[in-house]
Write a protein that binds this ligand. Structure first.
Ligand SMILES: C[C@@]1(CC(=O)O)c2cc3[nH]c(cc4nc(cc5[nH]c(cc(n2)[C@H]1CCC(=O)O)[C@@](C)(CC(=O)O)[C@@H]5CCC(=O)O)C(CC(=O)O)=C4CCC(=O)O)c(CCC(=O)O)c3CC(=O)O
Ligand SMILES: NC(=O)C1=CN([C@@H]2O[C@H](COP(=O)(O)OP(=O)(O)OC[C@H]3O[C@@H](n4cnc5c(N)ncnc54)[C@H](O)[C@@H]3O)[C@@H](O)[C@H]2O)C=CC1
Length: 206
């Protein structure tokens, strides 16, 4: 069974990852891409890239095992220690602390799942298979990036955003605004797709 898709605003909210291996690193990069600016990673050991991110000041590292009480005050917690029993324990504490919880080793024990994502400006496309086939999510993410990864789509979103604000300021009737915006969205999506087609043809000719 799949769940309900949401987009979390992480800026200014405390996020915690337990574990410092490759999976913790991937989740950390995902949180940073998602706007996290108060990220802590707790683990006895860290990948070189996690150490690098800490050096750049993008996250904080605490070099020790997860301890009871670490969950307090966190908005979101990801357990990626590689030990299912410890991850489960962290999950119980996360629930007590009312933090959103993800267990990288167990979809059933997670309040939320992570998804594969393609980002361009404010445009975000994400893929999730309900824990069934994460490898398929990764492959579809690559396909989506081919189709929609061009900056033209982000430009289209930004242009529509401007138009949307203008129309709102003019206090047009809601139905008129919706129709106009749908039409412009279609035109801009076609423009972006045609641009992609042209670049593909140019590449073919080279
Ligand atoms: C439930 C979920 C929990 C969660 O939220 O983390 C989960 C769970 C597990 N993944 C496992 C394995 C793999 N995961 C990946 C890749 C990704 N996994 C991601 C998400 C999720 N993985 C959530 C469900 C998402 C969904 O259903 O769509 C992605 C999309 C996003 C992200 O990681 O942030 C990211 C792609 C990112 C990208 O490329 O964009 C690959 C492929 C690869 O590495 O190339 C493999 C190996 C192939 C395979 O096993 O399929 C295992 C077994 C571990 C073991 O056996 O030890 C478990 C545990 C279990 O089965 O429960
Ligand atoms: N959700 C996903 O996409 C995937 C999840 N997994 C799961 O993620 C787990 C972690 O994978 P890897 O990073 O490859 O494992 P790993 O074994 O390389 O890393 C585990 C990390 O956790 C740390 N750790 C161990 N005990 C700890 C504790 N008590 N408190 C804090 N940190 C602790 C270790 O020092 C190490 O840094 C796997 O066991 C697997 O279940 C694996 C593949 C994909």
């Amino acid at each position: 069974m799949n769940g309900y898709p949401v987009v979390l605003r992480l800026k200014g909210r405390r996020c915690l990852i337990a574990g410092g291996g490759p999976i913790a690193e991937r989740k950390a990069l995902g949180l940073l891409d998602g706007g996290a600016d108060q990220l802590t990673v707790i683990s006895p050991s860290f990948t070189p890239q996690l150490l690098q991110l800490a050096n750049e000041g993008r996250l904080e590292l605490i070099q020790r095992e997860y301890q009871s009480g670490d969950a307090g005050g966190q908005f979101l917690i990801i357990a990626a220690t590689g030990d299912m029993a410890i991850n489960g324990q962290i999950g119980l504490e996360a629930e007590e602390a009312s933090a959103l919880f993800n267990d990288a080793s167990n979809a059933e024990l997670s309040a939320f799942a992570t998804s594969a994502a393609v980002r361009q400006g404010n445009l975000l496309l994400s893929v999730n298979t309900g824990g069934e086939a994460p490898a398929l999510s990764a492959v579809l993410r690559e396909e989506l990036a081919q189709l929609y990864g061009s900056s033209r789509y982000a430009e289209a979103a930004a242009l529509l955003g401007e138009l949307r604000r203008l129309l709102a300021a003019e206090e047009r009737p809601a139905a008129e605004r919706r129709e106009r915006l749908r039409l412009e969205a279609q035109r801009l999506a076609h423009w972006a797709a045609a641009d992609r087609q042209r670049s593909a043809e140019r590449t073919d000719r080279l």
